[in-house]
Design a protein around this ligand. Structure first.
Ligand code: ZN
Length: 264
């Protein structure tokens, strides 16, 4: 995308999004619905620290405005990001993304087997949750523990995880996923809007790294091989295959060839 198009897109985002969250003097993120009207809201901008005014009128959506009237670039998005992190910490559970593996295998005679293996999204209870954890040169938005192992969560509002950070996070070896908030979903955001998007919506999250992905990939590869021979998969690793008579030794040979681990 050309630079001017990106700038226009960024401006459009800013123009369509009201600042729905501010921060109190004791560091808590609050919604414009939680506070008293006007200066009595007693909170600041999460980005620049300036005092905010709670606009709670009848015409436009309720929002925060800066006391000086000055523009504050990215205030609405930054505030949304802060609110999302606080929500994750306080909720103590989050929907972990689905995991998927696809594979295809073609036999010499041209037959093709294609397989998709999906591990559905599931609700994970998290303990020991913290915001803004430094790992090397990177900061991770939220870190918690699930079933005794660490989980890393990134929340993308305007910035998705770039390749460098993706690589660094993968090298940690812990499950790590990204939640992408579409700021265009709402003109202004309530806690309830944010709760649905951050904690519950399966479509807006994906794994950056999961240590079980190679296992799922292998399962898909095995399934594709067996399917290419007309086989049918019944369950866990590949002793559960129903393979057509006469094809079994060829299937096993192919599976050994791709390094599949045979259950005995
Ligand atoms: Zn500001």
């Amino acid at each position: 995308m050309a630079l001017h198009a990106r700038v226009e897109e960024a401006l459009a985002v800013t123009a369509n999004l009201f600042q729905s969250f501010g921060i109190t003097s004791d560091g808590r993120v609050v919604s414009v619905e939680d506070v008293r009207r006007g200066m009595a809201c007693d909170c600041c901008c999460t980005e620049c620290g300036e005092l905010l005014i709670a606009r709670q009128g009848d015409v436009r959506a309720w929002h925060f405005a800066h006391d000086s009237g000055a523009g504050c670039t990215g205030a609405a998005e930054g505030a949304l990001h802060r609110a999302a992190k606080q929500l994750l910490v306080e909720a103590g559970s989050v929907l972990a993304p689905a995991m998927e593996a696809r594979a295809s295998h073609r036999v010499d005679d041209g037959r093709l087997g294609e397989a998709t293996v999906v591990k559905p999204a599931e609700l994970w209870v998290l303990t020991q949750i913290r915001e803004e954890v430094a790992v090397g040169v990177h900061r991770i938005d939220v870190v918690g523990a699930h079933d005794g192992r660490p989980v890393l969560i990134e929340v993308a509002v305007t910035h998705v995880v770039d390749d460098d950070k993706r690589k660094a996070l993968s090298e940690l070896g812990a499950p790590c996923f990204e939640i992408s908030l579409d700021v265009h979903c709402h003109e202004s955001w309530s806690w309830e809007d944010l709760r649905l998007e951050v904690l519950e919506r399966p479509e807006n999250r994906r794994w950056i790294y999961h240590p079980d992905q190679p296992m799922l990939d292998e399962q898909a590869r095995c399934e594709a091989v067996a399917k290419s021979f007309g086989g049918r998969y019944k369950g866990a690793p590949y002793r559960n295959w129903v393979i057509p008579v006469g094809a079994k030794s060829a299937v096993l040979e192919q599976l050994d060839g791709i390094g599949a681990v045979r259950e005995t």
